[in-house]
Design a protein around this ligand. Sequence first.
Ligand SMILES: *Cc1c(COP(=O)(O)O)cnc(C)c1O
Length: 280
Amino acid sequence: MIEIKKSPVDKITFRDKNFLIKRDDLLDDRFSGNKARKLHYFLNYDFNNFTKIISHGSAQSNAMYSLSHLAKLKGVGFEYYVDHVAAYLKQNPHGNYKYALKNGMKIMESSFPTKLKDEELFIPEGGHFVEAEFGIEVLADELKELDVDIFLPSGTGTTALYLQKHLKQNVYTCACVGGESYLKKQFYELEEDESVHPKILTLDKKYHFGKLYREFFEIWIELKKDTGIEFDLLYDPLGWLTLLRFQAQFKKEILYIHQGGLIGNESMLLRYKRRFSEDY
Ligand SMILES: *Cc1c(COP(=O)(O)O)cnc(C)c1O
């Protein structure tokens, strides 16, 4: 049995307001918090009939790293398909890419196979699949007694969706990838009943996923300095900017879900320091 322990809830003060933080970043340092939840279903799954896991996405994805760890735990291979690995990354492996290779990931620079063999287990990009519901329901159970409004930033929206499905409290989110209409579509793919979709909050300024923004780096630094907590650099800056902008709409104390992803910070920090090094 591989178990996932319950993660703690911390109280913080940021910009003179109190927040509760669900520390899923502390769940397991080998799984990125959020992906440990999404892959929970497979932790005690019988892999006897499988020889490898197949997935695809970007070369620095948190899901990629977590899958490499799952494959290693289960003693199966892991083949990961990417469009392209940048020359710099190949020559200087770092972040999720480096640690996934260490776990035995085989990286394939081509489109992923559409026909799979019976012994190959396919996991969709970012863990956007119904099997994720299992682990996110466990997270919902840990939160259900709290009298709070819940906020978390979304990628594929899988986590926010299944949380709202299993919680009475309001779940709010923002779209870090592809904007509000993309996120709605992602919700519908997993759940037709719109009444259990989370509420999406959207800033006026459009941000592109994975791009560097000065205000992202600044709020990340401020959070670290004032709360002592390191957040992720890809999703959390937009999460916090959105949360602070719409703060007046929340009726209850806000619980923010820290979804981990700190191994990914290694590559993001390199990029941010290269870009804004003269200022920080
Ligand atoms: C994957 C991930 C997300 C997005 O989760 P979705 O379920 O795809 O919305 C957010 N934050 C971190 C740190 C992640 O690794």
